[in-house]
Design a protein around this ligand. Structure first.
Ligand SMILES: C[S@@+](CC[C@H](N)C(=O)[O-])C[C@H]1O[C@@H](n2cnc3c(N)ncnc32)[C@H](O)[C@@H]1O
Length: 301
């Protein structure tokens, strides 16, 4: 029976071929536990493309004409679960200790730029959470270390002379569009307390829109973590709940690339269920009050 008649079946070889293609394209590894998810999503795409066999679908994916379909398949395979203020203990470590230390070190060097990357940002809640925390962190920093000139009025989200860039990247165009739009439902706002809602959101009907002043320093872009080129000169990278879908070899490669695109003594944050243990000697663990991060180790010459 044809694929559109629903009875298309994989042979072992076809499944292996498609698994290898997905791994090669984006690093996602579908082991036995997740193979049925891969099969289910492949079946859906096969029907959508009105193709009769998985081998013809594979041929489409590797052809020049199949580039769009490949992107669509990868979108269908990603898990996009996310939330504002996810992993509070880790964000406290970022906000109260690491950011403060970083601002201090940078100011001493008269370097007023801060570059943070949310790699695998999904629909943007992680990047906007970081933006809110940085805005707070800078305001509190200047309460204790006043500037030698008057603060403009109304107070900007990022006080001069600081320049903050938050890059939010993902492999899925649909989540990037949602992040760029920056409008969230009441249930997506569950972890956002009222003071943040008042300062950084506008109410649009039943939903909440990120204010322009905060949005201005979050930039969304497509980026595949599998590629060799990674955005450079980051002070901090958040790559949470992404590596867990990669196998160990791919995780090692990614962490190695992260160490190269972080500034000296920069920090990497990974998800609650992820760890760099056994993957690298280029990072040292920083642990405080149940929050964990990794700092790049500088080699002494
Ligand atoms: C579970 S979400 C995590 C979102 C956010 N970092 C968090 O912790 O709440 C994982 C995201 O990683 C993205 N992703 C998966 N493979 C990727 C790759 N090779 N390159 C870039 N992003 C990828 C997915 O599209 C998805 O949006």
């Amino acid at each position: 029976m044809s694929a559109t008649g629903v009875a298309a079946q994989f042979t072992e070889a076809e499944l292996k071929l498609l698994q290898a293609l997905v791994y090669q394209e984006c690093g996602m590894h579908f082991d036995e536990r997740r193979a049925h998810f891969l099969q289910d999503r492949l079946l859906r795409r096969l029907k959508e493309c009105q193709l009769d066999s998985f081998y013809s679908y594979y041929r489409l994916l590797i052809s020049d004409a199949g580039k769009q379909e490949l992107a669509r398949l990868l979108e269908n395979l990603t898990v996009n679960e996310t939330s504002f203020f996810r992993n509070k203990a880790q964000l406290d470590l970022f906000h109260k200790y690491i950011l403060d230390d970083l601002l201090h070190r940078k100011q001493e060097r008269r370097d007023f730029s801060l570059r943070i990357w949310s790699a695998g940002c999904s629909t943007g809640q992680e990047a906007y959470t970081l933006a809110m925390l940085v805005a707070d962190g800078l305001a509190y920093y200047y309460l204790r270390n006043p500037l030698p000139f008057e603060m403009p009025s109304p107070k900007p989200v990022v006080p001069p002379p600081w320049k903050v860039e938050i890059l939010a990247s993902d492999i899925s165009y649909s989540v990037l569009r949602a992040g760029q739009e920056g409008i969230y439902t009441e249930s997506q706002m569950a972890n956002v307390d009222y003071s943040y809602r008042l300062r950084f959101f506008d109410k649009v009907g039943e939903r909440y829109a990120i204010k322009k002043a905060l949005k201005e320093f979050v930039h969304f872009d497509f980026h595949n973590l599998k590629t060799e080129y990674l955005p450079q000169r980051n002070d901090i990278i958040f790559c949470r709940n992404v590596m867990m879908y990669f196998d160990e070899a791919e995780q090692k490669r990614l962490v190695e690339k992260f160490s190269r695109c972080l500034n000296a003594e920069g920090y990497l944050f990974v998800g609650h269920a992820e760890s760099l243990l056994g993957l690298t000697d280029k990072f040292a663990m920083v642990h405080r009050n149940s929050g964990t991060a990794y700092q790049r180790v500088e080699v002494q010459m």
